[in-house]
Design a protein around this ligand. Structure first.
Ligand code: ATP
Length: 288
């Protein structure tokens, strides 16, 4: 096998709480992660020239070691003394810096691709151990499905599969710095902590309304104030049929869960016409 093509799936956060800070400045989180159908396509191949050679359809992305794909390939190439060249091509489709772990999921796909092509024989668990050195979300991207992420996001517990409802994604045309969001959160005295355990119970009961009644993302207390468009998109979704809408990660992407495709289509049309979002996509819940 000289080439392998993988779908790198995006994630949303069904719930996100920040519970503290480590001495090194990293925030301690409790997040419910969920894989969705929106994805990039990553091709890993053997390359005639030594070194790592990356190309992408997205000219705004780096193709050197600043790209998590290259970091991931280098990590395995160094450890396993891979002397042949490695080619990586990324077809970017997941919005960048949008709270959907786009870079992390690409890195996870490259780890799987290099493992396969160079027959390293690493299990998913062994890849996950290495993945954390690339980024806190990368181990989760290898595992996928519905999971509780704790620590800095790397301590993972699989959860029962999230109910299979249609999902609408809308990304407003703004960039949100993750660093800024966490700094501002630190300055808040009593940010509203969502009840992650109650959300997990809602998933266990497979009850969307019970889950929705507890859903929350603590980072919204920073971003919604600074970027009112996030609240506007949330409102458009709930006014047009979403059972719940919420920001994913540190934003600015908003997602909504709908009871059926017809109500999702209505909300999608309204959002597209509103001009509030530069990207509006219908997608699905994906299990492990
Ligand atoms: P998270 O949800 O984990 O916070 P995100 O979706 O907000 O992630 P990414 O799309 O992963 O953010 O990208 C954040 C930054 O990482 C961008 O500024 C980008 O330049 C850099 N980056 C490095 N590699 C990639 C990649 N393969 N895809 C996208 N961005 C990448």
């Amino acid at each position: 096998m000289n080439e392998i093509t993988l779908m790198a799936l995006a994630k949303i956060n069904i719930g996100l709480d920040v519970t503290g800070r480590r001495d090194d400045g990293y925030h301690l989180v409790r997040m419910i992660m969920q894989t969705i159908g929106l994805h990039d396509v990553v091709t890993v191949s053997k390359h005639g020239e030594n070194g790592i050679h990356m190309t992408t359809n997205d000219a705004s992305l780096p193709v050197d070691e600043d790209n998590l794909c290259v970091k991931a390939a280098k990590l395995l190439a160094d450890e396993f003394h891979i002397t042949e060249g490695i080619g990586i091509h990324l077809e970017k489709n997941i919005p960048v810096a949008a709270g959907m772990a786009g870079g992390s999921t690409d890195a996870a796909a490259v780890l799987q691709g290099v493992n396969g092509i160079f027959q390293l024989g690493l299990s998913t668990e062994q890849l996950m151990e290495r993945a954390v050195h690339i980024g806190a979300d990368v181990p989760y991207c290898l595992m996928g499905g519905t999971a509780l992420a704790e620590g800095i996001g790397e301590k993972l517990t699989p959860l029962p599969k999230m109910m299979d409802y249609p999902v609408l994604i809308a990304k407003p045309p703004i960039g949100v710095s993750t660093k800024y969001v966490y700094e501002q959160l630190d300055a808040l005295v009593h940010p509203p902590h969502p009840d992650i355990d109650a959300m997990i119970e809602g998933i266990r009961q497979q009850d969307l309304h019970e889950l929705a009644s507890h859903m929350g993302n603590i980072l919204e207390s920073v971003t919604v104030e600074k970027y009112p468009v996030i609240e506007q998109i949330k409102q458009e979704m709930t006014e047009h049929g979403a059972v719940i809408s919420m920001m994913s990660g540190s934003g600015p992407t908003v997602f909504g869960f709908f009871e059926n495709d017809a109500s999702l289509r209505e909300a999608k049309a309204v959002l597209e016409a509103s001009g509030l979002a530069e990207r509006v996509e219908a997608t699905t819940i994906v299990g492990r």
